[in-house]
Design a protein around this ligand. Structure first.
Ligand code: SF4
Length: 94
């Protein structure tokens, strides 16, 4: 094989690699989006968490580490009332 044909092959490989970078980046981004979507769908239902709209024994969502104001929770599906409660309650640190 001549030096010029070897050089052409290397340039073709480099070009092929550079052309595939956007495809790889797109695949990574879409995989991340799918993972986030799956995570977003893994919240518990109100029923599974035994959620109620009222406080229980003085405990309520606004004092739970999982609560996201104004009406969301990181582990139980929306909507969540600040005055609600569920069996996954974990008190915010004092
Ligand atoms: S008590 Fe339950 S529903 Fe309320 S914020 Fe905490 S984990 Fe979420």
């Amino acid at each position: 094989m001549t030096d010029s044909s070897s050089l052409i092959r290397k340039q073709l490989c480099r070009r092929s690699l550079l052309k595939s970078v956007p495809l790889i980046a797109g695949a990574i981004i879409s995989t991340n989006a799918v993972a986030q979507s799956v995570l977003a769908q893994t919240k518990l239902t109100h029923e599974a968490a035994k959620y109620q709209d009222q406080p229980k024994d003085g405990l309520q969502c606004s004092n739970c580490v999982q609560f996201v104001a104004p009406a969301s929770c990181t582990v139980v599906e929306d909507p969540i009332a600040a005055t609600g409660w569920c069996q996954l309650f974990v008190a915010k640190p004092a």
